[in-house]
Design a protein around this ligand. Structure first.
Ligand SMILES: [Zn+2]
Length: 99
C-alpha cells in the first residue's frame, strides 16, 4: 500500500491531516497541521474525486463521474486504429499505462 505524503508548503516537512468533513460523496474539506514543531503551520483545503479511471463494480454506484480525459483519449486512439492482430503499446493493461 502506498501512502501519499503531504508536505508543508512553508518548511517542507511532513503535514498530517487532522480532520476532514465530507461535503459530498466526492468532495471533502480537509484540515492539516505541519508536524515540524518549529513551524506548526495549520491549513485548510479540499480534496475531490474528479474523474473515473475505471468503473465501479457495483450494480448502482452512488456516483458516476466523467471518464478521465486521458482514458477517453486512449480509447479514441484504440478505436481509430485499423484492425490488426499485432499488439502494441496501447494494448497494455490500463493500470500499467497509468503507473
Ligand atoms: Zn511546516
Amino acid at each position: 500500500m502506498s501512502v501519499y505524503k503531504l508536505v508543508c508548503p512553508a518548511c517542507g516537512e511532513r503535514m498530517r491531516i487532522r480532520n476532514s468533513e465530507g461535503q459530498t460523496p466526492t468532495f471533502r474539506t480537509i484540515y492539516g497541521q505541519c508536524q515540524n514543531l518549529a513551524c506548526g503551520l495549520v491549513l485548510t483545503g479540499s480534496m475531490s474525486w474528479d474523474y473515473q479511471i475505471n468503473t465501479s463494480g457495483m450494480d448502482k454506484p452512488r456516483v458516476v463521474l466523467p471518464i478521465a480525459p486521458s482514458v477517453a483519449k486512449m480509447q479514441a486512439l484504440r478505436d481509430s486504429r485499423p484492425a490488426s492482430d499485432q499488439p502494441d503499446l496501447f494494448d497494455q493493461p490500463l493500470k500499467e499505462a497509468l503507473a
